[in-house]
Design a binder for this molecule. Structure first.
Ligand SMILES: Nc1ncnc2c1ncn2[C@@H]1O[C@H](COP(=O)(O)OP(=O)(O)OP(=O)(O)O)[C@@H](O)[C@H]1O
Length: 257
């Protein structure tokens, strides 16, 4: 079991009058699905980038299994809102890119890409060009590429933010399927309150000015989906509505504008 820890992390960007994040502590273990929510500018992306090793904290520390994190690593795959695929490579070469960097031969890379594309329900499209794909398909190729490195953690910044509502709902269950099948730890940023509730095992609520954690809330709706309950029935449960109201209160508490 791998363990990613943000321990009292503060980030103060150069030239800014106030810190972006103050003293944020978050724990993500294999099998956790931790979702960051909060109003614009509360430091969600900053925390995700710190966990990725892309931003260096000015206070506190990020560790994986006790080791200090100071740079990106294959143990923490990052998925951004815009898929960031390489348009000049085919789908399968995009998926196999991390393996190419490790010197894995073409035939093995292709076999791995086929397996990974099946996992994101895109069988048989390995030979296509990126421009032939819809937004939802691209995001799934991005996920397959992230999984190719067999990371312990998936770090995702608004991964479904650019998708239309219907595709987004389908992708939410796909994310749960992938999370359950790969026993990874997930840290994800979203602006979607229902999305956070449906996916998370824990929701971390941040508030701005300066960015800080105001609440950590356990949730179990995603586990119910993985256990076989349809999303429609989960969302129809009065407990889901109660949790949504509670979460909204936490997010908008103290808001003056
Ligand atoms: N590279 C940077 N340099 C300077 N300031 C930054 C940088 N990145 C973010 N900030 C500032 O840090 C604060 C937190 O930004 P961040 O993007 O982490 O928040 P967020 O919660 O992800 O916002 P949003 O929901 O709007 O995406 C903001 O005040 C932002 O202007």
């Amino acid at each position: 079991m791998a363990h990613l820890v943000l321990d009292h992390v503060s980030v103060h960007y150069e030239g800014q009058t106030q810190p972006a994040v103050v003293q944020a502590s978050i724990s993500v273990k294999s099998g956790d699905f931790v979702v960051l929510v909060g109003r614009s500018g509360c430091g969600k992306t900053t925390l995700l980038n710190t966990a990725a090793g892309l931003v260096t904290p000015t206070g506190g520390a990020v560790t994986v299994d006790g080791r200090n994190i100071t740079s990106p690593g294959a143990d923490r795959a990052v998925v951004f809102q815009n898929d960031a695929l390489f348009p000049w490579l085919s789908v399968k070469d995009n998926v196999g890119f991390a393996l190419k960097l490790r010197g894995v031969p073409q035939q093995e890379r292709d076999a791995a890409a086929t397996r990974l594309l099946e996992r994101v329900k895109l069988d048989g499209i390995g030979g296509k060009a990126i421009w032939e794909l819809s937004g939802g398909m691209r995001q799934r190729v991005g996920l397959a590429r992230a999984l190719a490195a067999e990371p312990d953690f998936l770090l995702m910044d608004e991964p479904l933010g650019a998708l239309d509502a219907l595709t987004r709902e389908r992708m939410q269950t796909l994310l749960l399927d992938i999370w359950a099948a790969n026993s990874v730890g997930v840290l994800m940023v979203t602006h979607g309150i229902d999305e956070a509730l449906l996916l998370a095992t824990r929701i971390v609520v941040l508030a701005p000015g300066p960015g800080r954690i105001v609440r950590q809330m356990e949730a179990g709706f995603g586990r119910r989906y993985v256990g076989g309950e349809p999303v429609r029935s989960i969302k129809a449960d009065p407990a889901f509505n109660r949790a949504r109201a509670e979460l909204e209160d936490s997010i908008f508490e103290g808001e003056t504008a």
